[in-house]
Design a protein around this ligand. Structure first.
Ligand code: ADP
Length: 247
């Protein structure tokens, strides 16, 4: 059922959400790693109806070679929305938004990666949005950091990500697209083991004195997501060990 904007606002004013969650509940999250056999790393992450597949290739020779950095590997991130990911067919040509989000996702991940281990090489990260319902950049970051870990790229920590919203005095976590349309949207990412934020953006206005609470709510949610990421990776490694008979 498609709810009108007014209905979404009415519910939010009462501290309620269209999908029945409480304000501080993230959407149900599903994660899986090693979903594309050919690639060194891959992960699929669903946050509610948003679903993103991330594939990691490399470290490999840097192409084009003039991009090669003698000090470290180049991290190449491509975020794309599949043509079937939105209600109306998304044009297959990369939009400015997709190019910008590729950069945003790369910058959120880079602090966690030990790129200096692979001078002159390239690591490619593809994030393909299969279904979009808000928070596609945050789901992409969650999936990409798991796919990079699964690919065996040396990392300081995983990166966990969530969007926090603000509307009419209320703070809410993990916005869906209908809420994203109405609320101030504050996507963020962090390395939980280091207690360090690697990304924070704000789209739309919200009061300065709410920033501390917004961050606190986001950090709590990201720590929950981080636990799920770790459990998912751990479970996969246990399964592999079992398959190899190495228990
Ligand atoms: P994010 O997906 O990270 O929240 P935005 O705030 O830019 O990024 O987008 C919010 C939501 O708007 C997306 O998740 C998606 O549901 C919808 N959206 C974005 N771009 C398009 C598009 N080109 N066509 C249809 N819906 C879109």
């Amino acid at each position: 059922m498609k709810l009108s904007r007014e209905h979404v606002i009415e519910l939010l004013k009462e501290g309620k959400r269209i999908d029945g969650r409480s304000l501080l509940d993230p959407r149900p999250i599903q994660m899986e790693v090693g979903v594309v056999e050919r690639a060194e790393g891959s992960a699929i992450v669903a946050m509610g109806k948003t679903r993103v597949l991330c594939v990691v290739r490399g470290p490999m020779e840097c192409v084009p070679s003039y991009l090669a950095d003698p000090e470290k590997a180049v991290l190449d991130v491509a975020y794309r929305m599949a043509t079937f990911s939105t209600e109306e067919r998304k044009s297959p040509s990369p939009s400015r938004r997709e190019i910008e989000l590729s950069k945003v996702i790369r910058e959120a991940l880079e602090p966690a990666l030990m790129l200096d281990r692979y001078p002159r090489m390239m690591i490619r990260v593809y994030c393909l949005v299969l279904q979009a319902d808000g928070g596609t950049r945050t789901a992409s970051i969650n999936a990409a950091s798991m796919a990079l870990a699964y690919a065996g790229i040396p990392m300081r920590d995983l990166v966990a990500s969530v969007a926090v919203g603000y509307y009419d005095g209320k703070i809410l976590v993990d916005l869906n697209a209908a809420e994203d349309d109405i609320c101030a949207d504050i996507p963020m990412a962090m390395m939980p083991a280091y207690n360090k934020i690697t990304l924070i953006q704000a789209d739309h206005i919200f009061p300065v004195d709410k920033i501390g609470d917004v961050l606190k709510v986001g950090v709590n949610a990201m720590k929950k997501i981080y636990e799920l990421q770790r459990e998912t990776l751990k479970k996969r490694y246990i399964d592999i060990a079992r398959e190899l008979g190495g228990e």
